[in-house]
Design a protein around this ligand. Structure first.
Ligand code: FAD
Length: 318
């Protein structure tokens, strides 16, 4: 079922949904089931599965030479989605990125999703790979998520790359996109970022999932601005608890977001690892309660494959 249909059927009640990572190469599908089993008890409406593109590693060879290898540490997004749908009968949403894909690759991936009975897709650009300073699309690939959305929307109208196909099957994907309450890191300002967000919606995106944030006011302001700009699709907040001291610096560094002063002060006052985790968990629980009161469509947890934290928070707020 489409995410938009889940939201409609909930009739104003906040849904519970999660994002997981596919297993690391070398692990098996039971790792995913082990993460999901405790969370499935809480009846998530849908489960997102992230996409991880290739990266390059260098290994030392004889005479000090370095050899470059291409690796994908977490392959299997589509197969994990299929496994989730088969095993739990819960809608799984593959993330699909522009990076590393030609338009032909994208079309083939979407055909796979369609054959597997996947109704939703989160359309993203992807980050630059580690060896690139800026995002470089594949030759004949997409440079922005908006172009990817255009391609998915075309397939929804039965328009494939090969225009000579006879009466091709029309797909029917519900398309989600990313939104950034604290702006995307490459954008010169929030207004310009939101201009492109609006474009993604005009091209066919039916809902937005936000980057994580730790200050609800940022989300409230973002929703207000979206509505003022006539972006009227559901805006699902992405949530993650801060649980370690290291995350005080790693979260802003990786996700380009600010942490509120009150939160960082409380974390600095905490004396032990356990106390720091308690501060972060309590903060997240309070955030979630306030978001539910605001009337959000779904609380969407970035589990990072840690089911215990997500379960505790969801049990405290639902
Ligand atoms: P876009 O919407 O294309 O925007 C990228 C930048 O370009 C922005 O600064 C935007 O303002 C600007 N822009 C957009 N369109 C145009 C245009 N036409 N002309 C000029 N500028 C433009 N990454 C992964 O690799 N795998 C994942 O599974 C994954 N999941 C994610 C899930 C969520 C909910 C979020 C929030 C992010 C996720 N990411 C993932 C990270 C995401 O790929 C990066 O943040 C990436 O840098 C931007 O992706 P986007 O889809 O927002 O890009």
């Amino acid at each position: 079922m489409k995410v938009t249909e889940h939201i409609k059927r909930a009739n104003g009640k906040t849904l519970f949904s999660i994002e997981i990572l596919p297993p690391l190469k070398g692990q098996d599908v039971n790792c995913t089931f082990k993460t999901l089993d405790p969370l499935v008890e809480l009846k998530p409406a849908f489960i997102d599965v992230t996409y991880h593109r290739e990266e390059f590693i260098y290994k030392e060879r004889e005479k000090g030479l370095l050899k470059r290898y291409q690796v994908r540490k977490r392959p299997g997004t589509v197969a994990i989605c299929a496994a989730i749908q088969n095993h739990y009968k819960i809608d799984a949403i593959p993330h699909l990125i522009c990076g590393g894909f030609t338009k032909e690759d994208t079309e083939d991936a979407l055909i796979d999703f369609n054959f597997l009975g996947i109704d939703n897709v989160l359309a993203l650009r992807g980050d630059p790979i580690k060896s690139e300073k800026t995002f470089v699309p594949k030759i004949d690939g997409h440079a922005y998520a908006s172009e990817l959305i255009e391609q998915i929307s075309s397939l929804n109208k039965g328009k494939y790359l090969d225009e000579d196909l006879q009466e091709p099957h029309k797909m029917d994907f519900c398309i989600g996109v990313a939104g950034y309450p604290e702006k995307h890191f490459e954008s010169p300002n929030l207004a310009m970022d939101m201009h492109y967000l609006k474009k993604k919606v005009e091209l066919g995106a039916e809902y937005i999932v936000t980057q994580m944030f730790f200050d609800n006011q940022k989300y409230f302001d973002f929703v207000k601005k979206c509505r003022e700009m006539d972006i009227n699709v559901p805006i699902i907040p992405g949530i993650k608890p801060l649980t370690t001291l290291n995350q005080l610096t790693s979260i802003p560094q990786h996700f380009y977001i600010d942490l509120p002063e009150d939160l960082s002060n409380e974390v600095m006052k905490a004396k032990t690892k356990e106390a720091i985790k308690e501060v972060g968990m309590e903060w997240c629980i309070n955030q979630c309660k306030e978001l539910i009161d605001f009337g959000i469509p779904s609380l969407h947890f970035y589990t990072m494959s840690n089911s215990a934290n997500t379960k505790r928070i969801a049990e405290a707020v639902f």
